[in-house]
Ligand binder design. Sequence first.
Ligand code: HEC
Ligand code: HEC
Length: 609
Amino acid sequence: MLKFERNPNSFIYRHRRLLFSIFLIIVIPLIVCLIWWLTRPEAVPAKEVKRTFMQNITSLDSAVSRLQANIHAKQPAAIQESFKRARIAYKRVEFISAYYSPETTRALNGPNIPEVDDDLRVNEPQGFQVLEEMVFPEVATDAYPDMEHAANVIRANVNRLRKISETNDLTDSHIFDAMRLEVFRIVSMGITGFDSPVAFHSLPEAAAALESVHEQWGHYTRNSKNNALGARLDSTFHAAIRYVRKSPDFNAFDRLVFIKQYANPLSSQLLDAQKVLGIPVFTEKRLLSPSARTLTDSGAFNANYFINFEEQAMTTQRVALGKMLFFNPILSNNSGRTCATCHQPDKAFTDGEPKSFAVGFNGQRISRNAPTLLNASFQAVQFADSRVTFLEDQASDVIRNPDEMHGSLPDAVAALRKQDGSRKLFEDAYADGVTESNLKNAIASYIRSLSSLDSRLDRHFRCSENALTVEEKAGFNLFMGKAKCATCHFFPLFNGTVPPAYVETESEVLGTPATAEGKAVDPDVGKFVLTKREPHRYAFKTPTVRHVALTAPYMHNGVFKTLEEVVDFYDRGGGNGLGFNLENQTLPFDELNLTDAEKRALVAFMKIL
Ligand code: HEC
Ligand code: HEC
């Protein structure tokens, strides 16, 4: 057997203590490091997202401070440049700030018009869009003090955003929801010029917003085992951003292609990614379904959303009952009127009259034009002056109105109780049979069932084939871009319900004329009747332009017989373009400078809705 002998003269033996110490000093820390590395906590994506978000707020703060300095130094070119940079910095925080701090975000980037709040206080506008109108198209060199003030207010709101955000804990579910909502915000507002109305800086801003979402999404892929998914989404992000960046200018941007080929795949893949990562998707109720893959999915919008109580949700039985009542003269004390007298199904539930005839048919008309009921459920308020919130209350308003139905709910209930057939329908639909509130809810349920988001445009987005003509496509792009229509008739409902939250429905002041000659503004003061606040004088709820091919004549007073006349009115700059001098007109006053071909394309597009 081999035997090693200790050699007392060997180097190792002589220095064995020193070597042992060196071993301890080097190897033990290495082992400790290795153990730490193997057992270290994984970076928590939501924390990383928050860290990046806070850094982005800091960048926004410095960008605004440079803007302040340039205003102070009265340097026009530098002011415009730093304004644009500050907007880009804002767009990098937008998707999280709009989600977690909607009020502060509105203070930073609300429209430049006074706002009447729920307590009927009139709040002066603040934020970037106020400053924008002093800085573009040219810097208003006589308004430096106002500019300085506006910039100070923006800076203060950035600080407020920082303070609020410090204490917010972000969750994965919310972050994914916010990311998809940002894609929807870009589609429905960003690319329409909604929040860059004078500077026309919307496309670089949309690209910056997408880049920020992409960067934040990256925190979820760093440790992800699913590399294929990450790679696919990365390339979808890159392609979308590239497509936005390569457009030569605002008017030339092809919105139809962007939505169909880039934005829709992006929001869909974000939802897929969320599911693969095991992050729960909300089940909370919203008008826009939290699990909608795109804005143009069938079923993306929930007609049951704007109801008062869950118990009032529509059912097949209630819809059938409501339909029977809608066409039933019993609601007008058998005076021969039904809801369908003025809301005729073959005219998209309108009556073709400028203003509907009053009860009695002695030629008297009621004060307004009958609007379509298709998609009425996608509005937070009803009637041109927004005076009613729930469709239930709308029905009782109309039935009682001496000019409209001249009926009475108690009489109708008494009469319906006596009819076996009707009683049976009520009992099938409600535990407590024939009551006033069930009657109202049944009619409301029928109206909710009249949602119809299945036009040729919707099919174009849903199917792989192309469903539109060249002219219709051009019309869509004008509606969403140069003609600014979609800054009020929001995609894809094309009404005034504001995306991407879809909880409020806006009214606007256009200066609709009393007659087609356009000599004077229509005397109907609209929402002002309700609130008695000046910003609401002549304000009307923005109606949907879906189904407009069937709803002539147009506007609350039916003043325009054709869509061509409507487009002409907008092209001239609304009431102020006609010379009315309305201080509170919210439609931009400038002419749109549409060519004849562009006007024809706009009309062709509206007709496919
Ligand atoms: C005399 C004609 C007439 C009759 C009958 C009538 N309506 Fe209307 N309806 C109108 C007019 C006009 C308006 C717009 C009134 C306004 O905006 O102030 C309207 C508005 C509405 C709206 C609001 C839509 C929106 O987008 O704001 C709904 C919903 C509605 N009607 C449902 C009904 C129902 C249900 C009945 C039967 C119970 C009915 N209407 C009977 C003429 C009529
Ligand atoms: C500032 C917001 C705003 C803008 C921008 C806007 N609209 Fe409107 N639109 C409204 C409002 C509000 C009404 C209702 C006015 C009324 O009843 O007097 C309306 C009504 C209409 C109607 C009539 C609908 C009906 O059934 O009576 C059509 C059609 C229409 N708009 C198309 C367009 C087109 C096309 C454009 C772009 C050229 C456009 N709108 C731009 C707010 C706007």
